[in-house]
Design a protein around this ligand. Sequence first.
Ligand code: B16
Ligand code: MG
Length: 217
Amino acid sequence: MKKGIIFDLDGVIVDTAKYHYLAWKKLANQLGFEFTQEQNELFKGVSRKRCLDILLEMGNLSATQEQKDVWMIEKNNDYLAYIEKMDDSEILPDVPKILTLLKENAIPIALGSASKNALPILEKVGLAHFFDVIVDGNNVTKAKPDPEVFLMAAKKMNLSPSNCIVFEDAVAGIEAANAANMISIGIGEKEVLSQAKFIFKDFTQISTDFMKKLISN
Ligand code: B16
Ligand code: MG
């Protein structure tokens, strides 16, 4: 059966977590508390709305939905200012090599991201043309670890979930891929992503042979 590959964005294709961190930190500081890089780890793969709720819990603050909406807009505007300056130098190592190999083998490529800014980021770094399907935070109602984002990507590729392979850097994303009955490949630390079927530190550790076996029928 034909295979399809689904990529997460932040932490797999580009490292936008550092920009999310700076924008959330600015908001936290404005609200009167600190926000560390370690705390930012909890935000990876998590929706913007949920991130704000976690941030407010960290600061022991509560707010009306109206106020939260204002803060989310402010945070996103700060984040977009960083995105605006991105270029292809921010693509994580060997990502173009893997995407090219998949294209050469006519394997459908999808994006499955929680971000509502996914398309502009892909365009900024010059990778948008590789993607046959994009499912992101604008399309889904349920955030990872719910499998909705990946199931929607499979459907748009006209593939059954069991023929899809997911590259993910977040625990919630690996859980979502497993719940979707897809092959999960963790990009990051073994200790963190232990629920993934395969784990690699980054794409430089993935051989062409491994990729060819993965996509073979
Ligand atoms: P936005 P991914 C996720 O991207 C990020 O890891 C997470 O930190 C962020 O809160 C989320 O996107 C929403 O992003 O504010 O741009 O809609 O890893 O799912 O590609
Ligand atoms: Mg991610």
